[in-house]
Design a protein around this ligand. Sequence first.
Ligand code: GLU
Length: 436
Amino acid sequence: MATDGPVLDVVTESLVELYERLGALDDGAVADYIPQLALADPDTFGLSLVSMDGHRYQAGDAEMPFTVQSVSKPFVYALVLSEFGLEEVTRWVGTEPSGEGYNAISLEPDTGRPDNAMINAGAIATTALVPGATCEERFERILDCLSRFAGRGLDVDEAVHRSEAETGDRNRALAYLMSSAGALPGAPSVVDTYFRQCAVRVTTGDLAVMAATLANGGVNPVTGETVVSETVACQVLAVMASCGMYDASGAWLLRVGLPAKSGVSGGLIAVSPARFGVAVHSPPLDASGTPVRGVAALRELSERFGLHMMRHPTRSAPTVTEADRGVRQGLVAAQGALDFTAAERLLHGLSDVTPQDGGWVVLDLLDVTTMDTSGATMVATALARLEEEGHRVAVVVEPRATAGAALTPWRRFPSREEAVDWCENGSAGVGGTGRT
Ligand code: GLU
């Protein structure tokens, strides 16, 4: 159960309710093309959600281990993206949905390049890109990466690995096809590393932490470790959104609206960026290879909590908290996180208070918590414009706040009084490099 007091635990209650109700669904069939997977209990059903504060919620069999299978693909993709960057990785693995099943021969006719990293062919090429002098070294990199995403040391289910290695001719064939076209960045024997990667053992709780790490811009919200950069997390989520659910990706995006990835052992993760990661495990799969109860649970969660990523986002508080206009002076105070939208509001506030000719403008950012690159660029451009037009500009900001760093060209003050004093009297004030 969640770490929070049970009385307020609406999230766990929702998961428990879904567990009890959707547990009755008995459509779908357990995958049996890997013989060992056919032994899975079809009644197993676990749900888990991890928030950006690292709070964990779960219901059902969320602690039961199973093999990660294709849910490993986005995380190994993240590993090679971190290592080589998008341009190089995209030379080997495309970024287009294949519109075909997980094990289809979705290779570009002229180059043999697989369509994307979420299907088997693309995942085998991705695994081949993982650096390492030997298979062991390469696999250690993969296991270490998956473990960092999960926030604990993971291991391999050797029986499932053997079972897939004994029967995985189709994947071997994919590797040989790519190799013959010069499209595999390694030897076809890399397919065994891919089988080991698929046989890494996780719980539903682990998968939720892994998904939450992607939701949190690459920082594991439980351990605090930066596993991959925000850019890589964003790239992985984009490919999950368009390709993560194989040939059912379009319908999934429409109805659930969250980047996701499923696997043949019944695991399913979905990511609500900046909100949480969620995972469901239930072995019976539908015709497109997706876990029946997982799809039902995610559809309901998305609807109930309004999570569709195309929904109109709500803003909790106004950006501009104060706007005063005098004959010779203007003042604007802002609060919260300054992203594009907040900065756009702030700029409106600034132009509303700016005096006609000359005079001064004070921008009070003491209550601004963060400023992203687009917000900082917009504010910096606006301040430069005000100066060009002959206004004296002062910024009020905590001396150590990161929000102020982008605004170093302007006179910065730790309090509004000092900023106003400098504007009116030209006195030195405290801090800031000053342009005037
Ligand atoms: N190990 C499985 C395979 O390559 C993974 C497929 C999946 O989970 O969708 O066939």
